[in-house]
Design a protein around this ligand. Structure first.
Ligand code: NAD
Length: 260
């Protein structure tokens, strides 16, 4: 049980992050929900967690491009809940374009949101975890932390960065009771995936059906999308005592993609 534990999940107003926040709450943890979106939908997600799982659920609007807001989110969580025991770095965006046309501001945003935000959150959360002698840091990486696909230069660079950051911080915290791991999903059916279909259609001159079958599920040997609940289940396992010796790992949940 995670009763008495407090978790911050970045990018948890949607998709994988929301599923992770709900899974941690179901196990008894209080959660801080973070992310962008429609205010009413965010409040519904937050209130739904409190109602369904009888835990505290707070919302923090920190923009993952703003280091001071990220540090402020960790400080506020510690002030309101007493600690941050579980940090899930999950916020992420995608942009699909040939490298020579890749918009510079999109490169900066992807590196900022998908990679640097994890550094800023880890940096802020580690002192408290070390002091209490227990912590779980989990980042949502991607199969693209291990292999590449064309037209995703910023995303692949950021996710390889998450894999390296995970290993480094795991070594630094190895004797402190804090484990540091990342989870690498293949294609999960979320708004992030749905929204990249039009750009992929344009970049590769394909139809919607061809993008789903020949690009997305082509490399996923099971020929099925991963579900958000399946990713959340791995995050929950990493928070358990059974996973106390798993640190510095990159756990693939990719239907066999990176086995090839
Ligand atoms: P999603 O679009 O459903 O969710 C992304 C979340 O990040 C949302 O809550 C969004 O509000 C938040 N976010 C975006 N920009 C932000 C910012 N500037 N500040 C704060 N929050 C911000 O996408 P998802 O598929 O659930 O993606 C979650 C994570 O999983 C990402 O890191 C993504 O790279 C990774 N991932 C997704 C897949 C997939 O197939 N969907 C596969 C591998 C890895």
């Amino acid at each position: 049980s995670l009763a008495g534990r407090n978790a911050v999940v970045t990018g948890s107003t949607s998709g994988i992050g929301l599923a992770i926040a709900r899974a941690l709450a179901e196990a008894g943890a209080n959660v801080v929900v973070n992310g962008l979106g429609d205010a009413a939908a965010i409040e519904a997600a937050r209130a739904g967690i409190e109602k369904d799982f009888k835990v505290r659920a707070l919302y923090n609007a920190a923009n993952m491009l703003k280091p001071a807001e990220i540090a402020g989110m960790i400080a506020e969580a510690e002030a309101q809940l007493g600690s941050v025991d579980i940090l899930v770095n999950n916020a992420g965006i995608q942009h699909v374009s040939p490298v020579e046309d890749f918009p510079i501001e999109k490169w900066d945003a992807i590196i900022g949101i998908n990679l640097s935000s994890a550094f800023h959150a880890i940096r802020a959360a580690v002192p408290g975890m070390k002091k209490r002698g227990w912590g779980r840091i989990i980042s949502t990486a991607s199969a693209h932390s291990l292999v590449a696909s064309p037209f995703k230069s910023a995303y692949v660079a950021a996710k390889h960065g998450i894999a390296g950051l995970t290993k480094t911080v795991a070594l630094e915290l190895a004797t402190s009771g804090v484990t540091v791991n990342c989870i690498s999903p293949g294609y999960v059916w979320t708004p992030l995936v749905e929204n990249q279909i039009p750009d992929t259609m344009a970049a590769r001159n394909l139809t919607r059906e061809q993008v789903i079958r020949d690009v997305m599920l082509n490399g996923q040997p099971t020929k099925q999308f991963v579900t958000v609940e399946q990713v959340a289940g791995v995050a929950l396992f990493l928070c358990s005592d059974a996973a106390a010796q798993i640190t510095g790992s990159n756990l693939s949940v990719d239907g066999g993609w990176t086995a090839q």
